[in-house]
Each structure stands twice: as structure tokens, then as C-alpha cells.
Design a protein around this ligand. Structure first.
Ligand SMILES: CC(C)(COP(=O)(O)OP(=O)(O)OC[C@H]1O[C@@H](n2cnc3c(N)ncnc32)[C@H](O)[C@@H]1OP(=O)(O)O)[C@@H](O)C(=O)NCCC(=O)NCCS
Length: 201
């Protein structure tokens, strides 16, 4: 756990040009404080199954940094949140390695799902300020989601840039495009089967 917290700290330097002095960063990067509290709360919640305390540690993160990360959320290595205030990450959200998030991001539920209710975000994904992602959607690796984007019940393909409300794909693997986002995997109908092999024999 300590290793993860140190890696998160190093990710600040890699991502934030304003982080020039390590002592200042240690003392003043409140979003990292909230991530460190989350790492502790997540460990207590998932490894020791301690009730109440992990959520209470999360409350300290909200009061101190304005960042609410449920201890049940799963977050990969080198997670970086810039500024932080207003970030909400729900209980069943999953986030890969090397992801970057700005203030005001919501990884939330739509209120229409039980169990897995929150987004699954791949590796190396950037989510801009005030972006709202709702439902158990998938966000592919290397996606870039613009500031103020809203995505509900749509998956985000890997390597795309998505902007707007509702979000549309404006770049795919670095090339300018204009495409609608695909329906989320859980809303897609299975492809039609044209007879079962061996049928009618
Ligand atoms: C989306 C983003 C990640 C850029 O990704 P990118 O792949 O480099 O995309 P580009 O900058 O080439 O933009 C592609 C198109 O989307 C538009 N666009 C970019 N971000 C947008 C946004 N948030 N909302 C609407 N349109 C946006 C650009 O104007 C461009 O359109 P154009 O080709 O017609 O001019 C970036 O614009 C962004 O929103 N980053 C978030 C940063 C943030 O939150 N900062 C807060 C600091 S306090």
C-alpha cells in the first residue's frame, strides 16, 4: 500500500508542471492526500473487511480535499488527480494504471443498475474537468475525455478523444473524426445466430 502511495506521489511530478518543490507538493497537493486516504481505506475495506472506518476515512478526504472516493472502488497505479475538488468516484468504479483526472469529475451510476453501477476506465485515460460518466460503461485504454463532457450508457472506444454533452468521438488514434459513441456493451443486442451448427441433420 505504501508503495502505491509513493507511486501516486511520483505521478504528481510527472503530470503537474506546477509541482516543482517536493515538500510543497507533499504538504499542499490535497488531491494526493485524498488518494492516499483512499488507498488506506480500500485496504481496510477489501483486505480486512473492517466496517464503517473505511467510509469514515473517505469522509476525511471529502472534508480536506473535496474528493470523494468510495473505499470499494478499484484504482490502478500512479493515479493523478489535479486540483481535486468535486471529484466523485463510486463504489463499483474501476480505474486502470496511469490515469489522470481533473476537478469535478464524476464516475457515477444512473440509478438503473444493481451490483456493478459505475464506469470501468482503462489504462492511461485522461478525464477532463467536470466530465460526468454514468453507468457501468467501459472506457478503453488511452482514451481522452474532454472537459465538461457527459457520457451515459455509452462505451468509449480505446484511443479515442470524446468531447461534448452528450459526448461524441472527435479523434480516433490521433485522426480527426466525427462519430457517435457506441451503445454501452450491456445495452447491445447479441448478434443474430443463423442456425446452430448441426441443426437439421
Ligand atoms: C479533450 C482534450 C483532452 C484534448 O484531447 P486531444 O485528443 O488533444 O484533442 P484536441 O485538442 O486536438 O481537440 C479535438 C477537437 O475537440 C475540441 N475540443 C477539445 N476539448 C473540448 C472540450 N472539452 N469540449 C468541446 N470541444 C473540445 C477541439 O477544439 C478540437 O476541435 P477542432 O478540431 O474543431 O478545433 C482537452 O481539450 C481537454 O478537454 N482536456 C481537459 C483538460 C482540463 O480539464 N483542464 C483543466 C485544467 S484546470
Amino acid at each position: 500500500m505504501l508503495k502505491l502511495i509513493i507511486e501516486d506521489f511520483r505521478a504528481i511530478k510527472a503530470n503537474d508542471p506546477a509541482a516543482k518543490n517536493w515538500l510543497e507538493t507533499l504538504l499542499c497537493h490535497t488531491a494526493w492526500h485524498a488518494i492516499a486516504l483512499y488507498r488506506i481505506a480500500h485496504w481496510l475495506h477489501t483486505k480486512l473487511h473492517i466496517p464503517v472506518l473505511p467510509r469514515f476515512i473517505g469522509v476525511i478526504g471529502v472534508a480536506w480535499a473535496g474528493v470523494e472516493i468510495h473505499p470499494g472502488a478499484r484504482i490502478g497505479r500512479r493515479f493523478f488527480i489535479d486540483h481535486g475538488t468535486g471529484v466523485v468516484i463510486g463504489e463499483t468504479a474501476e480505474i486502470g494504471d496511469d490515469c489522470v483526472m481533473f476537478h469535478g469529475v464524476t464516475l457515477g451510476g444512473t440509478g438503473h443498475h444493481d451490483g456493478k453501477r459505475h464506469p470501468t476506465v482503462g489504462n492511461n485515460v485522461l478525464i477532463g474537468t467536470a466530465a460526468t460518466l454514468l453507468g457501468p460503461i467501459d472506457v478503453g485504454d488511452n482514451a481522452r475525455i474532454g472537459a465538461e463532457t457527459v457520457i451515459a450508457n455509452r462505451d468509449v472506444p480505446a484511443g479515442t478523444t470524446v468531447v461534448g454533452a452528450p459526448g461524441v468521438i472527435v479523434k480516433r488514434d490521433g485522426r480527426r473524426v466525427e462519430e457517435k459513441l457506441p451503445l454501452a456493451h450491456y445495452l447491445r443486442k447479441p448478434p443474430p445466430t443463423h442456425g446452430v451448427q448441426g441443426e437439421g441433420i
